[in-house]
Design a protein around this ligand. Structure first.
Ligand code: SAH
Length: 383
C-alpha cells in the first residue's frame, strides 16, 4: 500500500492589493524579501534575471526555480501591475499606443514608435497630472496619483517582452525590431513631480545587471520644476533633459503653463543654464505651436534672444488637437517660419513629425475615449 504523499499546504491566496509588487524592489530589497522563504541567496539573482533580462510575466515561467518556491511567490507577490485594456495602431502601422489598467483601476498610456532606426518608447510617470497646462488632455482630469517605480518599469518591460518574442503580435510596417532602444518620459504626468519613484525606475532601467538601457538613450521631459531640475543636475545618470517652454515670456507662459507663476521664465532659464554648466549636456526645449497663440514671428525672435546663450536644441511640436479645447495647431507655413527664425539666430531647431496616431489619439485621449466605451477596443487611427 502506498502512503499518500504529504501535501504541502499552499500559502493563503491573497488579493492583488495584499501581494507584494516585485517590480517595486531594487535587488537588495528583493534579496531581503526572499529571505522569508529560506531559499538560497542565488535565487534572488535568478528571479532578477527572469524579470529584467527575460521579461517574465508570471512565476510559472521561471523554470529553474523549485515548484514550491514558484507557488509561494505566486501566492504572495505580483509580477506585472499592468493589464493592457486597449490598443491603437496608426494607419501606417508604425506607432502603437497601449492603454494599461493598474490594479486600482487607474489607467495610463504608453506609446511605441517604430518609424526610424530607433525604437522609441514614450511612457507615463503619473496617473493624470497636477500641472494644469491649458492645451493638454491629461491635465483635464487632474492628478489621480503617482505611479510606483514598478508601474513605470513595467511599461518598458511590457514592450521589451513584445519586441523580444516573435510569437507575440506586434503590428508594424517596418522590419520587426527586437529591442527598445530609446526611452522618453513624455507620456502622462510630470516626472519631476514623482521624483523618487521615477529615479528608482531609471536606476533599474539603466543598471547593466537589470534592463541595461544606456542613460544617454533616455530623455526626461519636465514642465519646468526648478528645484527638481537642480536636483537632477546632481544625478550621476546621464539622462537627457527636455523642458516644455511653449512661450518665451511670463505673460503668455503663465496662461499656457500655470506652474510658470512659481517658476517664471527667467528663473527657469537660469536653472537650465546651471544644469548645462554642471552636466555639459545639451538641453531640449519643447514648444507646442498653437495657431494665433504662441506662433508669431515676434515670439520666435523673443525666444531666440532668450535662448541664444544656452547649449540647447528646440523641438517644435505641432499641437495635437484636444477635444473641447479652443487651441488649434499652427499652419505648416507658420511652423516653418517660426523654425526659420530660430535657425537664423543660430539655434538648432527641428519640427517634430506629426504622426497619424497623434492626430486621432494624442496623449491622454485614448484614456478619455476608453472611459466612455467598453474596454478592449482596438482602434485603427485614421489620417
Ligand atoms: N509633464 C511633462 C511631460 C508631458 S508630455 C512636461 O510637461 O514636459 C510631453 C510634452 O507634450 C510636453 O512638452 C507637453 O507640454 C506636450 N503636450 C501636452 N499636450 C500637448 C498637445 N495637445 N499637443 C502637443 N504637445 C502637447
Amino acid at each position: 500500500m502506498t502512503t499518500p504523499k504529504a501535501v504541502q499546504p499552499l500559502p493563503e491566496q491573497r488579493t492583488h492589493a495584499e501581494r507584494v509588487a516585485l517590480l517595486d524592489f531594487d535587488f537588495a530589497q528583493l534579496s531581503q524579501w526572499l529571505a522569508q522563504f529560506q531559499t538560497p541567496q542565488f535565487r534572488a539573482r535568478q528571479i532578477w534575471e527572469w524579470i529584467y533580462r527575460r521579461y517574465a510575466e508570471d512565476f510559472a515561467a521561471m523554470s529553474d526555480l523549485p515548484r514550491t518556491l514558484r507557488e509561494q511567490l505566486a501566492a504572495t507577490a505580483t509580477l506585472t501591475p499592468l493589464a493592457p485594456v486597449a490598443q491603437i495602431v496608426s494607419s501606417d502601422r508604425d506607432t502603437v499606443k497601449v492603454l494599461f489598467q493598474l490594479a486600482d483601476g487607474q489607467t495610463i498610456e504608453a506609446v511605441l514608435m517604430l518609424y526610424d532606426q530607433r525604437r522609441t518608447l514614450c511612457i507615463s510617470s503619473q496617473a493624470g497630472c497636477a500641472m494644469g497646462c491649458a492645451f493638454c488632455a491629461t491635465a483635464q482630469g487632474g492628478l489621480a496619483r503617482n505611479l510606483t517605480s514598478g508601474e513605470i518599469v513595467a511599461q518598458v518591460l511590457y514592450f521589451a517582452r513584445h519586441l523580444a518574442d516573435p510569437t507575440l503580435p506586434l503590428p508594424c510596417s517596418v522590419e520587426r525590431p527586437t529591442q527598445v532602444t530609446n526611452l522618453v518620459l513624455m507620456g502622462m504626468g510630470e516626472p519631476l513631480h514623482n521624483y523618487a519613484n521615477v529615479w528608482a525606475a531609471l536606476h533599474r532601467l539603466t543598471a547593466p545587471d537589470a534592463f541595461g538601457l544606456g542613460a544617454r538613450h533616455i530623455t526626461l521631459s519636465t514642465v519646468g520644476l526648478v528645484p527638481q531640475i537642480e536636483r537632477m543636475a546632481d544625478e550621476k545618470l546621464q539622462v537627457g533633459l527636455a523642458v516644455s517652454l511653449h512661450a518665451p515670456n511670463d505673460l503668455l507662459r503663465t496662461q499656457l503653463v500655470p506652474v510658470n507663476k512659481g517658476y517664471p521664465v527667467t528663473t527657469l532659464l537660469e536653472a537650465v543654464r546651471r544644469y548645462v554648466a554642471k552636466t555639459r549636456r545639451r538641453v531640449t526645449f519643447e514648444y507646442a505651436l498653437m495657431a494665433g497663440i504662441n506662433d508669431s514671428p515676434e515670439l520666435a525672435q523673443e525666444m531666440a534672444a532668450r535662448l541664444h546663450d544656452i547649449l540647447c536644441h528646440v523641438n517644435l511640436i505641432p499641437l495635437n488637437p484636444v477635444a473641447d479645447s479652443p487651441f488649434q495647431p499652427s499652419s505648416d507655413a507658420a511652423t516653418a517660419h517660426f523654425a526659420q527664425i530660430l535657425q537664423n539666430a543660430g539655434i538648432p531647431t527641428t519640427i517634430r513629425l506629426r504622426r497619424g496616431i497623434e492626430i486621432n489619439a494624442g496623449c491622454g485621449q485614448l484614456r478619455r475615449a476608453a472611459a466612455h466605451q467598453p474596454l478592449s477596443l482596438e482602434i485603427e487611427a485614421r489620417h
